[in-house]
Design a binder for this molecule. Structure first.
Ligand code: F6R
Length: 601
């Protein structure tokens, strides 16, 4: 996830772009850059650096920049490290551009356009500027060149493009990445998100996928993918700047819950190709040499690790263990060069996970990091690193990072199974692609989950039960509830209830049960009956077609591959936690005593 901006108008564009990039910085903050047209020479000057927008501002402040047209970018790296060279804008010939998204077929394009020897950066985006330059030389028209480029590029993109030959023109296009366009009396502006436009206008246009627009100081012209001029309806934004930074949501947590269909899609992008998993980051690993696998992480990432471990163990029949990092590092684990260790961390900075990773490296293990932050310490310490594409997660409680971890860990499990010569479940592979749609439908049912949250309003305790993979889901559900709403929540393996925890059940106790795994669902459902007999109020999540009787609150999840149910059930459990916290008036985004990145032991 990156933030982009394009402006053409009457104000000094340097300030316009830098102010907007500051507002877009939540979308990415490892590098920043702007390209501005010099008013006299018409040359497009690029200023960019690895670092924050404030670092870029310091560079720009030392230059005399006079221009009223330009583009800007703040980066959340996905392809290529955090370097000045990989920062946007990218320039080739007369064309300069910024890009937000992932070009899936960039390797193929490098070959097709003979770019191997001439790329300056490691980014997928630079390929697009070379293609633009190629077609611009033929068409002499930016929009026509862009029209040809978008027929060739696959993946997600929002693009803002300028050329030295069209001094006050910015051309834009989008597919599966956001782009909003605004018009003021004397300027046209496009940006990844509404906050960046609100300082200028509340009147905006939303581009649909594959549409383009030509922005000039006094006009905006819209085009469909065939280059035919179209008209777009204007929308007036009904909220102010503060609400806009949360995209109209009341909190970052709710915004991030709602981003899950998109970020899951981004994490899957380019990873499944004709019934095989593409994880080039792992191509040098000999997976046949391992006799044991460890997943190591903390908190929510540990719960994702439990799911990943279970999927890997089933697929490969290798012994797989999952450990909390703070235990792993002090428990003298039996690990050596035949051990594969997978470390999961959203921030990539968690002290215990980092220490565990260093220990595994010292012991000669092969180490893989699954993280969300490019350039983070864990990503650098691990021998191999894969990134979730969740974008910056701002709410302390992890939501979109968790579900993207689940997705990436599933891909890794299938990849390893394939490389070891095990049979890979192609049905599971196909169903992964449907996850964004299912997640989106679950989010549509938010009102149902908000209603469940009302049951918890005055409760001190809540118990979560599940078996097998559902146990990892209920651990995560209980963690989410306790951390944001301060309701005491515990998760139990449903089969263990009668060995002690059932003593806690009394009339009015809330039990949230998850029964999505066909081989044990009926067993969990009998355990529910034992709690109902003792007066529990039960909320059950199971799958369509599962027989249940005597439970008042049942939510049926779509009957997809059981190994993917942990992604689906995460959504209602997040929304129950969220709404319980809201009803109780808690500070949802910053729960007491918690920090987003735990860099102490
Ligand atoms: C809970 C939560 C934490 C983190 C844990 C590990 O919502 O966010 O439990 O999962 O602190 O953090 P990372 O994934 O950054 O290593």
């Amino acid at each position: 996830m990156c933030g982009i901006i394009g402006y053409t108008g009457s104000e000094n564009v340097k300030d316009v772009l830098l102010d907007a990039l500051e507002l877009l910085e939540y979308r990415g903050y490892d590098s920043a850059g702007i390209a501005v047209k010099d008013e006299t020479s018409h040359v497009t000057n690029v200023y960019k650096c690895a670092g924050r927008v404030s670092d870029l501002r310091a560079i720009c402040d030392s230059k005399k920049i006079l221009s009223a047209c330009g583009i800007g970018h703040t980066r959340w790296a996905t392809h290529g490290g955090v370097t000045d060279q990989n920062a946007h804008p990218h320039q080739q010939g007369k064309v300069t551009l910024v890009h937000n998204g992932i070009i899936e077929n960039y390797r193929e394009l490098i070959a097709d356009y003979d770019l191997q020897e001439i790329l300056h950066s490691e980014t997928d985006s630079e390929v697009v500027v070379h293609m633009m330059d190629y077609y611009y030389k033929k068409e002499k028209n930016l929009q026509k060149a862009l029209e040809r480029v978008i027929t060739r590029i696959e993946g997600s993109y929002a693009l803002c493009i300028v050329s030295t030959e069209h001094p006050d023109e910015v051309v834009v296009a989008k597919k599966a990445s956001p782009l909003v366009i605004g018009r003021t009396e004397d300027a046209s502006v496009a940006a990844s998100d509404i906050p960046a436009l609100l300082a200028y206008t509340k009147d905006v246009y939303f581009l649909d996928d594959l549409e383009m627009a030509v922005l000039k100081k006094d006009s905006i012209t819209f085009y469909n993918k065939d280059g035919k001029e179209i008209t777009k309806e204007m929308t007036t934004i009904p909220y102010d700047m503060e609400a806009a930074q949360k995209n109209g949501f009341d909190t970052y947590m709710l915004k991030e819950i709602n981003e899950q269909p998109h970020v899951i899609q981004e994490t899957l992008r380019g990873r499944i190709f004709e019934h095989s998993i593409v994880l080039d980051e792992l191509k040098d690993v000999d997976f046949n040499k391992f006799n044991k696998v460890y997943y190591v992480a903390c908190g929510t990432a540990y719960h994702a690790g439990l799911c990943g471990a279970s999927i890997l163990e089933r697929a490969t029949r290798l012994p797989v263990l999952t450990q909390v990092a703070s235990e792993f590092r002090y428990n003298d684990p039996i690990i050596d060069e035949k051990t594969l260790c997978i470390f999961v961390s959203q921030s990539g900075e968690t002290a215990d996970t980092l220490a565990a990773l260093k220990l595994a490296n010292e012991k000669g293990c092969t180490t893989i990091a699954v993280t969300n932050v490019l350039g983070s310490t864990i990503s650098r310490e691990a021998q191999h690193t894969l990134y979730t594409c969740a974008g910056p997660e701002i709410a302390v409680a992890s939501t979109k990072a968790y579900t993207t971890q689940l997705v990436l860990l599933t891909l890794i499990a299938l990849y390893i199974a394939d490389k070891r010569g095990d049979t890979v479940d192609t049905d599971l592979m196909e169903q992964l692609n449907n996850l964004p749609e299912y997640v989106s439908k679950l989010i549509d049912d938010e009102a149902i989950f908000e209603n469940y949250a009302k049951t918890l309003k005055d409760k001190h305790d809540c118990y979560f039960i599940g078996r097998s993979l559902d146990y990892a889901s209920v651990l995560e559900g209980a963690l989410k509830l306790k951390e944001v709403s301060y309701v005491h929540a515990d998760a139990y393996i449903a089969g263990e209830l009668k060995h002690g925890p059932i003593a806690l059940i009394e009339p009015g106790t809330v039990v949230i049960a998850v029964a999505t795994q066909p081989h044990v669902a009926a067993k969990t459902i009998s355990n529910i009956q034992e709690t109902i007999a003792r007066g529990a109020e039960v909320i059950l999540f199971t799958v369509e077609g599962q027989e249940v009787s005597g439970v008042e609150n049942i939510y049926y999840l779509p009957n997809i591959n059981p190994l993917l149910q942990s992604v689906l059930v995460a959504i209602p459990l997040q929304l129950i936690a969220y709404h319980t916290a809201c009803i109780k008036g808690c500070d949802v985004d910053k729960p007491r005593n918690l920090a987003k990145s735990v860099t102490v032991e």
